[in-house]
Write a protein that binds this ligand. Structure first.
Ligand code: APR
Length: 281
């Protein structure tokens, strides 16, 4: 490719090359996908760090010492109210998956998905049809809630009522009376067992696709390093992140996820099937 090739031609040729590799070079169940909040912004859920629109830029009303305190376990222990004020907006249930979520489902339907690692707690991958056994929710989810002291489980309907009424739920065991929290991973907490059990899977991947994440939170952000050098890493994200672009076979599609997955699906000859799948969500 000579230096005066216009960037868009360069990119479309690269997308063609990725599509050809997906069709001819990827063995069954050998694509690993890694996602963050950027794949849900077009569903109406703000991401965390985008200037102006990101969640962390809009928490002034909570008078936090710093934005990420709302998800910090030691801050929560002293002052759980900011989280419960925000929890109502974060609670899954009234958002539709995006075409990017459907693209991950399509990879599974085509027998190509080895594992999806997501940082998101909105459960939209599940709602799009990605089966449970293919998903690692690295930062937990709202699926369960428990006492942060005795770890005792807490009933879902009581949690839903607390979130609706913006009250702070406490452990049902009076002798404990600890604070109850959904099992989303706060700063200062361990990631779920499933993350550590599966974190070597990228070394088995023939292709890795990273979408909608700033790769700014460890240990999730280290996943892309576990890929073999020979494994192409495709980044579909508004901006370059992590060390993507530093390896010969890295492919950067610096654009919004929904248009990036449409381009990739079209190059694979899957666009109509993808649109149809998404229409069913
Ligand atoms: N298309 C493509 N990229 C997008 C889009 C979009 N529609 N919207 C946002 N982005 C990009 C942003 O430019 C940014 O690079 O997605 C990335 C989102 O980054 P963050 O807001 O930091 O979200 P995420 O990477 O998921 O945050 C990681 O931080 O607060 C913790 O636990 C929380 O899981 C979260 C973790």
């Amino acid at each position: 490719v000579d230096e005066n090739t216009p960037p868009e031609t360069l990119e479309s040729r690269t997308v063609e090359a990725v599509a050809k590799y997906i069709k001819d070079g990827v063995r069954p169940q050998r694509i690993v996908v890694m996602t963050g909040a950027g794949i849900s912004t077009s569903a109406g859920i703000p991401d965390f760090r985008s200037p102006d629109t990101g969640l962390y830029a809009n928490l002034a009303r909570l008078n936090l010492p710093y934005a990420e305190a709302v998800f910090d376990i030691s801050y929560f222990r002293n002052n759980p109210l900011p989280f419960y004020t925000l929890a109502q907006e974060l609670y899954p249930g009234h958002y539709r998956p995006t075409i990017t979520h459907s693209f991950i489902h399509l990879l599974h339907k085509k027998g190509l998905l080895l594992k999806l690692f997501t940082q998101n707690i909105d459960c939209l991958e599940r709602e799009a049809g990605v089966p449970d056994e293919k998903i690692v929710e690295a930062h937990g989810s709202f699926a369960r809630q428990s006492c942060i002291e005795c770890k005792g489980a807490y009933p879902r309907e009581l949690m839903e009522r607390a979130i609706k009424e913006k009250t702070v739920p406490h452990c049902l065991d009076e002798s404990c009376n600890g604070l109850v929290k959904p099992e989303i991973v706060f700063f200062g907490e361990q990631l779920p067992e499933a993350f550590f059990k599966n974190k070597s899977l990228p070394t088995e991947a023939d292709l890795v696709i990273i979408m909608g994440t700033s790769l700014s939170v460890q240990p999730f952000a280290s996943l892309p390093h576990f890929c073999r050098d020979a494994t192409p890493r495709v980044l579909i994200n508004s901006e370059q992140v992590g060390d993507l672009g530093s390896r010969a076979d890295d492919v950067l599609m610096l654009q919004d996820c929904d248009s990036g997955v449409r381009k990739l699906a079209e190059a694979c000859g899957w666009l109509e099937e993808l649109e149809g799948l998404w229409a069913e969500t």
